[in-house]
Every structure is written in structure tokens, then in C-alpha cells.
Design a binder for this molecule. Structure first.
Ligand code: 5GP
Ligand code: ZN
Length: 113
């Protein structure tokens, strides 16, 4: 989709540090990390947020999460991690292409929000 920063990252038009890529998704390093490891899981299909996905996109996202579960050690997440997907203004979503924050690599704060 035009004018979507994450579509441009997925397409290689904007540089990023990709730590994983397959037919369904890319996982990149967040440009402004909020934890020792802060990655973003980006489905390659553009849709704006977690409540906008079709049934097929939901199946793809489930596949992405299953693949992520097999990669946690190599991503430096052995001690645990947190997944966050912000939706809408109240949650301060700033990019309108579904993304899952992957936070870990050390002790995280025990409260959110
Ligand atoms: P949101 O606020 O929508 O939940 O998360 C958007 C995230 O994308 C933020 O954590 C922000 O740092 C990250 N981000 C925004 N622009 C870029 C970029 O150009 N490259 C990378 N790697 N991350 C970005
Ligand atoms: Zn997009």
C-alpha cells in the first residue's frame, strides 16, 4: 500500500534491520527500542490493526506466531518476552499497518498502561 511506512520496509524501499523474513512476515528491529530486545513482527499483507483482519489473515497471523515461538532463543528471548499490538488512538498506535511488538531481552516493567 502506498504511503505505508511498514509496506515500504517490507518492500525494501525503506531500510531496516531485518532479523527474519519468510512468505508471511518480516521481523525487524524497532528504530526506537523500549527494551533490550524490541522487535516488530510485520505481516506482509497490509491491514490497519488487530481487529481489521480477515479470517485468512487471522490464520496467517497464527502461523506467524507459531513460527515466532520456535525462534525465541535465537532472538535473545530465552528469559521471557511480551507481545503488544496497539490499536487506535487510546493505545497510541502510530503506524496503521498491523504490527506486533516483541519486547524482551531483560526484566520488563511489571505493569503496563
Ligand atoms: P505503534 O506506536 O504503532 O504501536 O508502533 C510503531 C513502532 O514503529 C514504534 O515503536 C516505532 O519506534 C516504530 N517505527 C516507526 N518508524 C519506524 C521505522 O522507520 N523503522 C523501524 N524499524 N521502526 C519504526
Ligand atoms: Zn502497510
Amino acid at each position: 500500500m502506498e504511503d505505508c511506512i511498514f509496506c515500504k520496509i517490507i518492500g525494501g524501499d525503506i531500510p531496516s534491520t531485518k532479523v527474519y523474513e519468510d512468505e508471511d512476515m518480516v521481523i525487524i528491529k524497532d528504530i526506537a527500542p523500549q527494551a533490550p530486545v524490541h522487535l516488530l513482527l510485520l505481516p506482509k499483507q497490509h491491514y490497519p490493526d488487530i481487529i481489521a483482519m480477515s479470517d485468512e489473515q487471522a490464520q496467517t497471523l497464527a502461523r506467524c506466531l507459531k513460527k515466532l515461538s520456535a525462534m525465541t532463543a535465537e532472538l535473545g528471548l530465552e528469559g521471557g518476552f511480551r507481545l503488544v499490538s496497539n490499536k487506535g488512538a487510546d493505545a497510541c498506535q502510530s503506524v496503521g499497518h498491523l504490527h506486533i511488538h516483541i519486547l524482551g531481552g531483560g526484566q520488563l516493567a511489571d505493569k503496563m498502561g
